[in-house]
Design a protein around this ligand. Structure first.
Ligand SMILES: [Ca+2]
Length: 378
């Protein structure tokens, strides 16, 4: 994201300051969902099928409520939507807009009946939301003290198995030596007290999840730009404990010294990625597959939404990839779903992945404005 012009900065500030317009609105039903998206051009492994579950404008991060409602954040659209999934995968999803006028509400997570939504420097909480989808409450401001830069300023938020609320805080630059509060993943109590850095040496992580059995954190990190088409890689990292440093801005991909900053710290000082991903693929959301309806080989393996490159002469990414683990070691990195990129033109961009209650894999797309459902039908 480039620096905002003064005019758009004023607009962003105005949007941040204005009273939230919380207007429930039935946006669409699945009857409209298939639309004109060329979904049949998506290529998947044998036995898998993809369909459009719902149309959701600018769909970014996804989370599930305890009663099964899918919540979807957005970027510049400023909206949050609730999707009531069809029972047993049949029938139509119902999409409701439950918040608007927010500043880049890209992150959503659910805890104790409440939906938490990030909005750059703020985290908001919508209490008892699943009982109030048609009449959403005004949000409670959990905190407004996260960093307010818009460059890498969207916050991906999740509650961890320790009950803490985790968020990325990206660096406000392409490459720079950040202060101690940027280039990190932080965690805090649900009321935003007790904030501490969990991991540092990141450029910008827009997706993380915990291994379903080991309960250890894994996260994607987006590599720097302007080092050529094929370097550095994006990263999948493993942070089993607090206090680890993953190398930015000194070392990229475990072995690549940064031309500007690499002389002051060696790569061996840092934790290398568990898996190097494609260069500039923009790895965003990731989830362990915890369902039971995909073949057993997928159980507890990692799906990654690759939003797609801009800083490359030939585009790559625009796909969903799969990293397989043996224990806590990554052993393969392969394409799972592709076809949003046709030549040098992309009709859609995966932003997040989530395992639905029925074991299907949901994929959000902020460009086509869609939630896809990938099912195994054998
Ligand atoms: Ca790194």
């Amino acid at each position: 994201m480039s620096a905002l012009s003064p005019v758009s900065t004023r607009l962003a500030m105005w949007r941040a300051d204005c009273v939230l317009a919380v207007l429930p609105l039935l946006v669409s039903s699945a009857a409209l969902a298939q639309g004109t998206l060329p979904i049949d051009t998506i290529r998947l492994p044998p036995g898998f099928t993809i369909s459009v579950l719902a149309r959701v404008p600018n769909a970014r991060a996804m989370t599930l409520g305890s009663e099964g409602t899918l919540f979807v954040g957005s970027g510049s659209a400023g909206e949050v939507h609730a999707v009531t999934l069809p029972a047993a995968g049949k029938g139509e999803a119902v999409v409701r807009r439950i918040a608007s006028g927010l500043r880049d509400p890209a992150g959503v997570t659910f805890h104790n009946g409440a939906l938490y939504v990030s909005a750059i420097n703020r985290i908001l909480r919508f209490d008892d939301i699943e009982r109030r989808l048609a009449d959403p409450p005004a949000p409670v401001v959990v905190t407004d003290r996260l960093p307010s830069e818009t460059h890498h300023g969207r916050k991906f938020i999740r509650f961890g198995p320790d009950g803490k609320l985790y968020s990325n805080i990206g660096v406000p630059c392409n490459i720079c030596e950040p202060d101690s509060s940027h280039g990190v993943i932080v965690r805090m109590n649900a009321d935003a007290s007790g904030l501490e850095v969990y991991a540092r040496g990141l450029r910008n992580s827009v997706g993380f999840d915990w291994h379903p059995q080991a309960k250890e954190l894994w996260f994607t990190d987006n590599g720097r730009d302007q080092l050529g088409d094929d370097t550095p890689p994006d990263e999948l990292n493993h942070a089993p404990r607090a206090g680890m440093n993953f190398g930015y801005p000194y070392c990229h991909g475990g072995t690549i010294a940064d031309p500007q900053y690499g002389s002051s710290h060696a790569c061996r000082e840092f934790t290398a990625p568990a898996q190097n991903l494609g260069p500039h693929v923009a790895a965003l959301g990731m989830r362990f597959y915890t369902g039971t309806t995909f073949p057993a080989a997928y159980r507890n393996q990692i799906f990654i939404a690759e939003h797609g490159s801009w800083n490359r002469s030939k585009k790559i990414g625009y796909r969903v990839t799969l990293v397989k683990l043996e224990g806590s070691r990554a052993v393969s990195y392969e394409t799972f779903a592709e076809g949003w990129l046709r030549g040098e033109s992309a009709w859609g961009r995966p932003a997040d992945v989530l395992v639905a209650p029925d074991g299907s894999l949901l994929v959000s797309d902020d460009t086509a404005g869609a939630i896809y459902r990938i099912a195994y039908t054998g």
